[in-house]
Design a protein. Structure first.
Length: 275
């Protein structure tokens, strides 16, 4: 298909890292997941993706995506007519990977990101793009008015880039509008947060994390009743999931786990139930 290649403009470059990770993974003989659509999108964007070639963080981004995908798939298996909201969707293709033919899906991101996204995706009766900040109450009111739930809210590589005051506002907003819902998010503790200037991928882009979260149990002080259902580092993923990974990835995770690197232990993938 002939298409004018969109330029990034003010879109944060961080959304391109997981996109490129999936595109490169799709070329492997034994990948963590298949995502041919990611390859198509990379080819359609005027950007020097080569700066990310060979970075270990591409593998980290893939492992995070695999776990988040599993949480979404398990949720839809239990609630096939549920609603999923991708917060900070970027150029994600999770819907393409996991659509069960019944789910109601919303892709939420800032207006400039949604403008870029519309070059590659279109709304459908069950899938809607929403241009808004996650801190804006209007989008949550719209989604809640159009659906009944249950809800899974997926915030992959989003909340650490907000300031703590805004994260608190988001937790309150989601709890008020979608009580009892599940929230999947990643958090950066000191071991990861304090080394981001030397991070192999983040050092190549302008965006920086602003919210350091040493301990998720502190969320209960913000919003009593928040319950942590699961919390993993990249080297302590659920055993059933690790057992399904290609052998080279299992071996790599075993080596990394033995090293107990602060950067690895300081980054967590979490599943919460909101009060």
């Amino acid at each position: 298909m002939d298409r004018k290649q969109p330029r990034l403009g003010t879109v944060q470059e961080t959304l391109l890292i997981p996109l490129y990770a999936r595109a490169m993974e799709n070329r492997k003989e034994f990948p963590l997941l298949r995502d041919a659509r990611a390859e198509e999108i990379v080819a359609g964007i005027d950007y020097d993706f080569a700066r990310f070639d060979g970075l270990p963080s591409l593998t980290g981004a893939m492992l995070r995506t695999v776990l988040f995908d599993r949480w979404v798939a398990d949720f839809l298996a239990a609630h096939p007519d549920a609603t999923v909201v991708e917060i900070g969707t970027g150029l994600n293709t999770r819907y393409e990977r996991l659509d069960n033919g019944r789910v109601r899906w919303f892709d939420l991101d800032l207006p400039d990101v949604i403008d870029l996204r519309r070059a590659f995706f279109a709304d459908t009766p069950r899938r809607t793009m929403v241009a808004a900040s996650v801190t804006d109450e209007a989008w949550a009111a719209e989604v809640a008015s159009r659906t009944d739930g249950p809800y899974l809210l997926v915030a992959e590589a989003v909340l650490p880039y907000l300031y703590e005051s805004d994260v608190r506002r988001v937790v309150d907003l989601l709890s008020d509008r979608f009580p009892g819902s599940l929230l999947a998010l990643d958090t950066a503790g000191p071991g990861f947060f304090d080394t981001q200037e030397e991070h192999d991928a983040l050092s190549k882009v302008a965006a920086r994390m602003h919210w350091c979260c040493p301990d998720l149990t502190g969320l209960d002080a913000w919003r009593p009743g928040v319950h942590v259902l699961a919390s993993h580092t990249l080297t302590s993923l659920p055993h059933p999931l690790v057992d399904e990974l290609p052998a080279p990835y299992q071996e790599m995770l075993s080596v990394l786990a033995a090293q107990r690197l602060p950067q690895a232990d300081g980054y967590r993938l979490n599943l919460l139930r909101l009060p």
